[in-house]
Ligand binder design. Structure first.
Ligand code: F6R
Length: 607
């Protein structure tokens, strides 16, 4: 997601400090950057899309006057990367500037309301409603504190935001809900950021800002308040001993582990995708005669899961296709009645783009699901949607997989509704269950990580693994296998469990480890039969099971428990998490760096 930083100093210029801190946020990935300061009753602002070094060369980011300022690195979610969409955003009169990390869910509604009141919007971002809301509150006669407070109250979604203004030229107003925000205290002033690395050059003395709190910074003090009732909060500063490198990983030893742990949050953000884009995608899908889901690697596994979900819920058959095979396999049959939903985290995978180009040439409709707004995929798609995962640095995809499946499930639910294939009760039930998944992931991480670590140690010398799942969890088994082989270099195979007896079962000999993805649901009984088949051949059986499942435990040598109550159709999202952890800890057992698997690149831009 976006990075935010700001400071209010006793002496000296804020801009050079903001500029060098933005550079410390670069590691997270970004597409635009900007900063704003206040000096002698005037607001100064510089921003653009592109790399910080290039923006600096063009505008000189050190040359903004004033002791107070805010800065931002943007990872686009609403509106493509461009100068107008870059932060900070301002009100109509350029007196209020805002930086924001998160997603304002109700921004369309607020924007319409403010446009009706005469406000002029220049960007496509959700953030721009914030300065205008404050401006509107000031027009109503509120003082700045009250105007800020009332504006934040109207926001739905996630945010860590910071505001400077000519009305309170010595104060920075911040608020936090779900997105990270930390304050730093130093001799020469107060600082805030979304990320600890950006604070470390100035101070190790930090104050955490908790969820649903506001903080007002002056150069001498910080005032914490609860958003709900504006009551004061007292919290002592802490001294942190992290290095910049350690802080970039938020104290986790690797980005991959950090990103596995971020999944509760990234899933929530994925579920905040904009309804109007879902509607648009669904309209195209509904009218096409053939739908191909085209992707590579982990994104292809999301497509496999989505093919089950779309077929089960919306009753439309779709073909998940490996991008590098698309032209050979379906190149001749794709036509004006076909829709290609290309799924690519980076939006730059060459195989995906080549398949898309071919389909465009054949007049097919191209839709995109990506994590990178402004990527080539967004440019070549008729309509696209962003999965809102924020930057993923570990080469192995983790949080972007679960987010992709979540968005694809939302698409399936909407399509099912449009086609009248789902009852209101079932729809509400699945929506509710989807929104419960972040909590379930938190619980898995809390209760099962040690268990997975123990299993990785136990199985560290196994030369091969076999992953089996049925139904939608064929995708989970494939993804578990891909994670293990790509980062722990352990040759592994994955199959639909029912296919096992048509060949691969001949591999089984005593002690051969077989991992089953075994949620409760329609495929459960058949999976139990497959577990028994393996047990009868003295395989070592490991199951990812529902915590209430007493039956499976009888046939399993080891198991990892998932909280009860997950519908099978949604189960790949939580059930893949232990498999990601297993791959991670296996890599550590083998002395490998999980963030840098050999021969692999984060984005594969060659065919
Ligand atoms: C595996 C992994 C790769 C990518 C694949 C597609 O962990 O990261 O298999 O999933 O290269 O990348 P995107 O989704 O960017 O098209």
């Amino acid at each position: 997601m976006c990075g935010i930083f700001g400071c209010v100093l006793k002496d000296g210029l804020a801009a050079p400090i903001i500029h060098s801190s933005l550079k410390l946020l670069e590691y997270r990935g970004y597409d635009s950057a900007g900063e704003a300061t206040i000096n002698e009753g005037k607001l100064y602002l510089k921003k653009d899309s592109g790399k910080i070094a290039d923006i600096h060369e063009k505008f000189n980011l050190d040359e903004l006057p004033g002791k107070i300022g805010i800065g931002h690195t943007r990872w686009a979610t609403h509106g493509a990367p461009s100068q107008v969409n870059a932060h900070p955003h301002t009100d109509c009169l350029n007196q209020i500037a805002v930086v924001h990390n998160g997603i304002i869910e109700n921004f369309e509604e607020l924007r319409m309301e403010l446009i009706d009141k005469g406000h002029v919007f220049v960007s496509k971002t959700d953030t721009e409603v914030i300065p205008h809301l404050i401006e509107e509150n000031l027009k109503r006669g509120l003082d700045f504190h009250q105007a800020f407070k009332d504006a934040v109250k109207r926001l739905k979604g996630s945010y860590a935001l910071a505001v400077i203004s000519t009305f309170e030229p010595e104060k920075i107003f911040c608020a936090r809900k779900e997105s990270p925000l930390i304050v730093g205290l130093a001799e020469n002033g107060s600082f805030f950021s979304s990320d600890i690395p950006a604070l470390l050059p100035y101070t190790k003395n930090i104050v955490e800002v908790f969820d649903e709190e506001a903080v007002i910074l002056t150069h001498q003090e910080v005032e914490l308040r609860k958003l709900e009732d504006w009551s004061p909060v007292t919290r002592k500063p802490k001294t942190i001993s992290w290095t910049i490198e350690g802080a970039m990983k938020k104290g986790y030893p690797h980005f991959m582990l950090k990103e596995i742990h971020e999944q509760a949050f990234s899933l929530k953000e994925a579920l905040r995708v904009q309804e109007k884009y879902l509607d648009l995608l669904v309209t195209f899908l509904d009218r096409s005669k053939q739908v191909f889901l085209v992707a590579s690697g982990t994104s292809y596994h999301s497509c496999i899961a989505a093919s089950y979900v779309l077929s089960k819920l919306a009753r439309i058959p779709v073909y998940p296709v490996v991008a590098s095979e698309f032209i050979e396999q379906f190149g001749n049959s794709v036509n004006i009645d076909s829709t290609i939903l290309a799924v690519s985290q980076s939006g730059e995978t060459a195989d995906v783009l080549r398949a898309v180009d071919h389909a465009r040439f054949k007049a097919a409709t191209i839709l995109g699901l990506t994590n990178v707004l402004g990527s080539t995929l967004t440019r070549v798609s008729r309509a696209y949607i962003c999965q809102n995962s924020g930057p993923e640095i570990g080469v192995a995809a983790t949080k972007t997989f679960t987010a992709q499946i979540a968005v694809l499930t939302l698409i399936a639910l909407r399509l099912a509704k449009l086609r009248g294939k789902i009852s209101q009760d079932e729809m509400d039930y699945l929506h509710q269950k989807l929104h419960e998944l972040p909590k379930i992931i938190e619980k898995i991480l809390e209760t099962q990580e040690e268990n997975v670590k123990r299993l990785a140690h136990k199985y560290k010398d196994s030369k091969v693994f076999y992953f089996l799942g049925r139904g939608v969890n064929v995708a989970t088994a494939l993804e578990g296998r891909l994670k293990l082989l790509e980062i722990a270099y352990i040759p592994s195979i994955a199959y639909p469990a029912g296919e096992s007896k048509h060949g691969p079962i001949s591999l089984i000999e005593p002690g051969f480890p077989v991992i089953f993805v075994c949620p409760k649901g329609e495929t459960y009984k058949a999976t139990i039969n497959n577990i028994m088949e393996m047990k009868a051949r003295d395989a070592l059986t490991i199951g990812i099971i529902d915590e209430t499942d007493e039956e499976a435990r009888k046939y399993l040598d080891d198991y990892i428990e998932i909280p009860a109550g997950v519908p099978e159709i949604l189960s790949p999202i939580p059930y893949v998490v232990p498999l990601q952890l297993f791959a991670y800890y296996m890599a550590l057992e083998k002395g490998l760096d999980p963030d840098k698997p050999r021969n692999l690149a984060k984005s594969v831009t060659v065919i």
